[in-house]
Design a protein around this ligand. Structure first.
Ligand code: SF4
Ligand code: SF4
Length: 376
């Protein structure tokens, strides 16, 4: 797997040289799927950046628009046979000035966070354990919505991390990105494990240019804990799962998630048509390109309804919004009487009962205190 780091000009050029122009990124790009314009694909963007760098192209509105048409889903990077760090190039280039005229302020991000605050004004801040070496990386959205994150039988302390800094990285604010990454790494250094419930935060932190590479091994997703348990749902339920793009870029597979969901007693897991298709809401893309985001989101909503599931699960706060929005719109536009509920998979698993401890050895190797902390 490639890790997004802050690239210098020659690294950007090396990455562009690596592109064999095979076009495989076209087939996986959700934006291309909607607008069928080669300039919006990773290959198209790389070629335009190259043209700007060597003076063959002059920056104009059309080029800026196509460079801005990106969900940062990283599907192009994950599927590139030549190992081009496509999104790394895009983020680095924003810093170097090629994208200079694209709005790079964090205004939209701050606006989104203020709106979230208003939703949870009356809610109390959740309490977490003290003195645990398993730290929770609370993402900005969970923090603003004051959502409590729990794993059955595991003591978790809130690590009080700063934002994962992906919103700054994708806006080319590498100065802030680097500052936050350094701060967060210091906290990671003090922990045995750092557990995430947001796919985007996990993917972003895994991509940090770590000073101590061992710190990366401490990063786990909450599903890693549940591989140790046999679970049972209190009621018979049909569930489905939307795979967030960043869960894949964080190194988690759909198979892993399906294995957990399929093993829960009283749960009938059904695979969504195209479970890995982007929901269209990446970051502030839905504000900048509402037409494309709406179209992708609606397709996702219809796929969920066709699955006939009682509950649609996912593991990214932005995807949770998107699924709720798309199902609401499907109900409104197509007059569906019954739509599935949308739920964070972490919450769903925590509601299940543990009926046995799995015989498989724990995949969580880094925690010294694990045996004392996990009580079944
Ligand atoms: S998949 Fe990779 S090598 Fe192929 S065109 Fe896209 S960026 Fe270039
Ligand atoms: S990150 Fe996603 S949206 Fe952006 S160019 Fe790559 S595949 Fe397309």
């Amino acid at each position: 797997m490639n890790y997004t780091t802050i690239m210098h000009d020659n690294e950007v050029k090396q990455n562009i040289f690596k592109c064999s122009r095979c076009g495989l990124c076209q087939g996986v790009c959700p934006v291309f799927e909607e607008i069928k314009n080669e300039n919006s694909t990773a290959r198209g963007k790389l070629m335009q950046i190259w043209g700007l760098k060597n003076g063959d192209l002059k920056l104009n509105r059309k080029i800026l628009q196509s460079l801005d048409l990106c969900l940062n889903c990283e599907k192009c990077k994950l599927n590139c046979p030549s190992g081009v760090d496509t999104t790394g190039v895009f983020c680095s280039e924003k810093k170097l000035g090629t994208f200079g005229k694209i709005i790079t302020s964090d205004f939209v991000f701050k606006l989104k966070m203020s709106a979230l605050k208003a939703f949870s004004l009356l809610k109390k801040k959740p309490k977490y354990a003290k003195n645990s070496k398993i730290l929770y990386f609370e993402g900005c959205i969970a923090k603003e919505l004051k959502n409590k994150f729990e794993i059955k039988g595991v003591k978790i302390q809130n690590g009080n991390f700063l934002c994962c800094a992906l919103p700054y990285l994708t806006k080319g604010r590498l100065d802030i990105y680097e500052k936050y990454a350094r701060y967060n790494e210091k906290i990671i250094e003090s922990a045995d494990l750092v557990v995430f419930d947001c796919a985007t935060c996990l993917s972003a932190v895994k991509n940090y240019p770590f000073k101590n590479p061992k710190n990366k091994e401490k990063l786990v997703f909450y599903t890693d804990f549940y591989k140790k348990f046999n679970l049972q749902s209190k009621e018979n339920l049909k569930v489905t799962f939307h795979m967030p793009c960043h869960l894949e870029s964080a190194g988690k597979s759909l198979g892993e998630i399906e294995e957990i969901l399929s093993s829960i007693k009283n749960v009938n897991y059904v695979r969504l048509n195209n479970p890995q298709a982007c929901c269209g809401f990446g970051g502030d893309f839905f504000i900048r390109h509402p037409k494309i985001a709406f179209s992708l989101s609606l397709k996702k909503g219809l796929d969920i309804i066709k699955s006939n599931a009682d509950i649609a699960l996912t593991s990214c706060p932005t995807c949770l919004w998107s699924l709720n929005f798309s199902l609401f719109m499907c109900k409104l536009l197509y007059r569906y009487k019954k739509i599935p509920k949308v739920l964070n998979m972490a919450e769903f698993l925590n509601r299940c009962e543990i009926i046995a401890k799995n015989q498989q050895p724990s995949i969580i190797k880094a925690s010294k205190e694990e045996k004392e902390l996990v009580k079944v």
